[in-house]
Ligand binder design. Structure first.
Ligand code: HEM
Length: 147
């Protein structure tokens, strides 16, 4: 569990970073066909990211259940747990629908105003989730030293 948890967490964070940076890079520097490739490939990898996040959340909860509630580790644990509903809500309500919508638009070559608006929304929500995951990884390092 102590090995699986950070591995799953780092895979989820790494894939989110990959989606975010490849989107930004290809849209600034790439051709239309390269943009279409990145935007239509992301939904195929997305289930892997969701799975890694579910494994990180479940294994984290299990590891956390052994932490006594009076210790300083419990406060760090609470901060990690509190971020999870925001991460999941952002993912389910904004990021997954956006990724599917953008792939559908890109597949049809429809790089219109709706594409740009949803793309901006996706980049902002994605940056928020990357930040939350990075904070959980940082607090995880702290926890590993405290427990
Ligand atoms: C995106 C979500 C998460 C990420 C990226 C993440 C990442 C990490 C990382 C990188 C570590 C450090 C492990 C080490 O240095 O050996 C860690 C440890 C830990 N995490 Fe998470 N974590 C996440 C969610 C959670 C959740 C939801 C909980 C529980 C509420 C949790 C509880 C713990 C605990 C208890 C440890 C310490 C394990 C030990 O003693 O070795 N994590 N986490």
């Amino acid at each position: 569990m102590r090995k699986l948890h950070p591995l799953a967490g780092v895979i989820a964070l790494g894939l989110a970073l990959l989606f975010w940076t490849s989107t930004l890079l290809v849209e600034v520097l790439g051709s239309i066909s390269q943009i279409a490739w990145v935007k239509t490939t992301i939904p195929w990898v997305l289930p892997g990211m969701v799975l890694a996040l579910i494994i990180a959340a479940a294994s984290g909860r299990k590891l956390g259940s052994r932490v006594p509630s009076t210790t300083s580790a419990a406060a760090v644990l609470g901060a990690k747990a509190k971020r999870m509903p925001f991460l999941a809500g952002n993912g389910l309500l904004i990021l997954i629908p956006s990724a599917l919508f953008l792939a559908w638009k890109a597949e049809g070559g429809a790089f219109d105003e709706a594409f740009v608006a949803v793309q901006i929304l996706e980049l902002v929500a994605g940056a928020a989730n990357i930040t939350l995951m990075a904070l959980n990884a940082r607090d995880g390092r702290r926890l590993a030293n405290l427990t």
